[in-house]
Design a protein around this ligand. Sequence first.
Ligand SMILES: NC(=O)c1ccc[n+]([C@@H]2O[C@H](COP(=O)([O-])OP(=O)(O)OC[C@H]3O[C@@H](n4cnc5c(N)ncnc54)[C@H](O)[C@@H]3O)[C@@H](O)[C@H]2O)c1
Length: 366
Amino acid sequence: MIVGVPKEIKNNESRVGMTPAGVFELVRSNHTVYVQSNAGVGSGFTNEDYQQVGAVILDTIGQVYAMSEMIVKVKEPIKEEYTLVQEGQIVFTYFHFASSEALTKAMIKSKAICIAYETVEDEDGTLPLLTPMSEVAGRMAIQQGAKYLEKPVKGKGVLLGGVPGVAPGKVLVLGAGVVGIQAAKMAAGLGAHVTILDIDMKRLRYVNDVMPPHVVTEFSNEFNIRKHIKTHDLIIGGVLLKGAKAPNLITRDMLKEMHPGTVIVDVAVDQGGCVETTRPTTHEDPTYIIEDVVHYTVANMPGAVPYTSTMALTNVTLPYVLALAKDGWEVASSKNEALQKGLNIVNGGVVYKEIIEAFGWQSSMV
Ligand SMILES: NC(=O)c1ccc[n+]([C@@H]2O[C@H](COP(=O)([O-])OP(=O)(O)OC[C@H]3O[C@@H](n4cnc5c(N)ncnc54)[C@H](O)[C@@H]3O)[C@@H](O)[C@H]2O)c1
């Protein structure tokens, strides 16, 4: 198969859909790989890195789309790319169709085969192509939180690890899922005292088994949250209710109970956030302050660390890319149920019912 890797043109997106290691595997299996010139520079890969493993470098995004049977990228196509997508072409990327009717209609019109990373789903209900980004965001949450606790950026002025003779900082983690556990691990590693809350006892038992004693688990309810926000310096929001808006576990009135300079990193911002006062921010202007509480609410945290994020993403996408290149989408998805769940739009029809429901459409074709 001919596989194309365009450069991402979405604002501030430096990740790339395939690393030289991925190209190496595809070329070894006798596939052709076209990479747009400089597609990998933001993630630390030069044109020469790709050429050395057998990729052909093309100058323009138009050439990559026009000459490839499958496009492998990171973010959904943006307006400028809509007309580049070809009929019958496989496009394998994050789409998040339910949040954009314009994109959905454009991909229906294109008659392409749109396979969305975010809906590829394992038997146990986990989302293998989303997990690595949650891992990145969870770990990054502590790095960012530690920074914004510093006084010059309006934080409380607390060093998370403390020093000999001075108690460490306190971190409250809401949700013991992928984000929460990674955040707790990083905070514990810095020496902070960590409290982690969840409503799922299985998750709390697991955390209790694997974490050091300065990571304490508690059941998540309003009483416990109100108690802990008064004493913790950094609060991480990592809750998720699948397919729904995150619950507002911290309401506006609760901010008044917090110590001035407390920092909230609401990672769940992409699902509406678990703090009432959360609104999405960008890496250019990541924070804002309400009631003296610093809010960090960047909706695409992994975008700030493209070297790590690209590798983490492509490690998990590559097996699917190889299967699609070998068998084509029909056979590959019939052999692999997880991949089949990734099919969102096929030859001009929506095949993922949640998208139809999201727009209140009556049929899969518009
Ligand atoms: N901002 C970003 O850049 C970024 C990056 C990656 C992920 N995310 C988001 O982070 C959120 C968490 O993702 P995840 O992969 O960790 O999800 P996950 O499903 O692994 O974990 C969510 C956890 O929240 C728990 N939960 C549900 N209701 C709760 C409540 N009332 N109190 C406490 N815990 C509760 C669940 O039991 C679960 O353990 C998602 O919204 C995800 O989209 C954001």
